[in-house]
Structure formats: structure tokens, C-alpha cells
Design a protein around this ligand. Sequence first.
Ligand code: 5GP
Ligand code: MG
Length: 179
Amino acid sequence: MKDIVVVKDKVFETYILETELENIVSNVAQKISNDLRNENPLFLATLNGSFIFASDLIRKIDFDAEISFIKLASYSGTESTGNVKQLIGLNENIENRIVVVIEDIIDTGISMEAMIEELQKHSPKKIVLCTLLFKPGKFVKDYAIDYIGKSIDDDFIVGYGLDYEGFGRNLSKIYKIKE
Ligand code: 5GP
Ligand code: MG
């Protein structure tokens, strides 16, 4: 029997249990630890969705590591700039430094592309991408994603940091929408 939860007006059923999440995060953390141990990368977790994944991931990184939190916010300017995104929270100098972007989920890939473009302006040595979840069926971009926790179907999911209209982030499992 699948667990059912209601978030606001929608019904969701269990999809990824805590034990699987822990294995996924451990695997990614081990790979990153091995690959970047001597590179002094700066981990950049994207708010809000990746806060739980990032907190679990960073505790499994086995070298002395620095983490900060960033967000692409809609520019609150005039109406004509309605679609322009502004990078907030980047207080570190990343020039000539490897950054590891920690994302909750890459769907079409449009958000991450905007993030990459913003980070490029600060001349990092390299931008390494790490996402907990990836929807290959929806991805319309062609950049490489260095670390993917798990590839999933196109269904809408919540939990473990991911929200539906602001709610559901505090669920310990990941749930998918029930048709
Ligand atoms: P993209 O730009 O790749 O299409 O979308 C990325 C963003 O959309 C994610 O960072 C996330 O905020 C949101 N998103 C995409 N798919 C889902 C999903 O299944 N559940 C939730 N909660 N958010 C999603
Ligand atoms: Mg997100």
C-alpha cells in the first residue's frame, strides 16, 4: 500500500522513500568527494528547493568544504523587466574557482541555464552541476549535468525540499502526484 498525503488541494503518493534518498545522496557525495577533493570547490545550493538535499549532501562530503546559498529571483523593477532574473546571495569571489551548483530538480533545464549564465559573469574556473532529480523526458537543453542523483518520469513531485505552492517541503519522503 502506498502512503497518501494531501498537500493543499492535491493528492500525492509515495515515490522515493527515505532509505533510497539516503543511498542516492551517499552515492553522489562519494563521487564528488573523490572527484573534487583537491580542488577546493565552493558548493552553491540553490534556494529554496535544494535546502534539504544540500544539507544532507554537504554532511557526506568527506573533505573540508565551503557552502553558500544562492537564488535566482525575479527582478523587481519595471514591468518590462518582468522576465529578467537576478542572482542573489553570491557573496564569495568565485573567479577562477570551481563551483558546484546543488539543485533539487532539473526539468526543462531552463532555470539551470539561467543560473549558469549568471554564474559565468563571475568568471568561475568551472561550473559543476549536481542535481538530486532529473526529468530526461522534459529536458530541452544540451549542457552536461555532472552529477544526477536519480532520473525520474515526468510526474510532478513534492517532498524533501520540493514544494507544491509553497507546501510539502517538510515531507521526509518524495511523493508524486496521483492522477
Ligand atoms: P526547469 O527550469 O528545469 O523546467 O524547472 C526547474 C524548477 O522547476 C525546479 O528548480 C523546481 O523549482 C521546479 N520543478 C520542476 N519540476 C518539478 C516537480 O516535479 N516538483 C516540484 N515541486 N518542482 C518542480
Ligand atoms: Mg528549484
